[in-house]
Design a protein around this ligand. Structure first.
Ligand SMILES: C[S@@+](CC[C@H](N)C(=O)[O-])C[C@H]1O[C@@H](n2cnc3c(N)ncnc32)[C@H](O)[C@@H]1O
Length: 269
């Protein structure tokens, strides 16, 4: 890859996803893009560049899927799921069990976060069909959304974060593939969404988990992300971000709160 191509791809990735690579990431970029060249029988990065200028091209979708880091696992960091179980959901359902509860897993990767949320809901509500709870999960990568929607995992993936008891309770095992049970899948919908584009949703969320994504963005895009997340929340809605992420006053919109050591943010009234 020439220096010029490197610059072009870095700028393109930033404008498409917000992910802020720099020239030191040449190896990362080349190692992730070379399988894309092979997949589409392209002979050079210049040829790939010719294809990705159309945002909707399959080559561009493949580039986005190749560049995004999809590391995730069930009940990642634990605390946010305790917060959901013992504070956020009881607060919402405390007064009116018929209330509609809308939760988002934003930048959901292969779905483990959304399915972990559904397991929490099952544990406290017992019969999910008796309640009006919905989880909407989104990610920018087509491939990862397709994988997440299936709710199918390998043994290694389910063992990352789940006890044997949870695996038995929440999965059907067929030919060494573990599929999340239909009841849990029925409350989750997956769709593609770029969190840096203005939110188009009509229905807003009570709770948004958006974890382990903002650190890939530079300040301008962080501000845009938090503006968009605030626009997606109902008044006094709750935002939960990753353990190594922060939201300071610069980003407005939110009031910092904590519950038993877990930090979360409430949308200012
Ligand atoms: C490291 S994973 C985090 C997954 C999960 N939230 C967790 O904490 O385990 C980051 C995800 O952010 C997604 N992502 C990156 N930029 C995005 C954007 N602009 N809009 C939506 N999703 C994005 C990536 O595709 C990837 O799946």
């Amino acid at each position: 890859m020439t220096d010029r191509e490197l610059r072009q791809f870095i700028d393109h990735v930033k404008s498409q996803t917000g992910i802020n690579l720099d020239a030191s990431k040449r190896y990362l970029l080349e190692s992730r893009l070379s399988p894309v060249l092979q997949k589409f029988n392209l002979n050079s990065y210049a040829e790939l560049w010719g294809c990705v200028s159309d945002d909707r091209s399959i080559e561009n979708q493949a580039l986005i899927s190749a560049i995004t880091t999809n590391e995730t696992y069930f009940f990642r960091d634990e605390h946010p799921f305790e917060l959901l179980k013992y504070k956020l959901i009881p607060d919402l359902l405390g007064e009116d069990q018929n209330v509609v509860v809308k939760i988002a897993s934003a930048a959901c990767s292969s779905g483990q976060e959304a399915y972990s949320m559904a397991m929490v809901l099952k544990e406290i509500l017992f019969n999910l069909t008796d309640f009006r709870v919905q989880i909407n999960a989104f990610d920018i990568s087509d491939d990862i959304i397709a994988a997440a929607s299936k709710g199918e995992y390998t043994k290694f993936e389910v063992q990352r974060g789940l006890s044997d008891e949870k695996i038995r309770s929440y999965f059907d095992c067929v030919n060494d593939r573990y599929q999340v049970k239909a009841e849990l899948r029925s409350i989750i919908s997956f769709s593609k969404r770029n969190l840096l584009k203005p939110a188009r949703v009509v229905a807003k969320f009570n709770i948004i988990f958006c974890r382990n994504v903002v650190n890939y963005f530079e300040d301008k895009d962080r501000a845009l992300l938090f503006d968009n997340l605030a626009a997606m929340l109902l008044p006094r809605g709750i935002l939960v971000i990753g353990a190594t992420e922060f939201l300071n006053n610069q980003f407005g919109h939110f009031v910092k709160k904590s519950y038993k050591g877990s930090v979360y943010y409430e949308k200012a009234g």
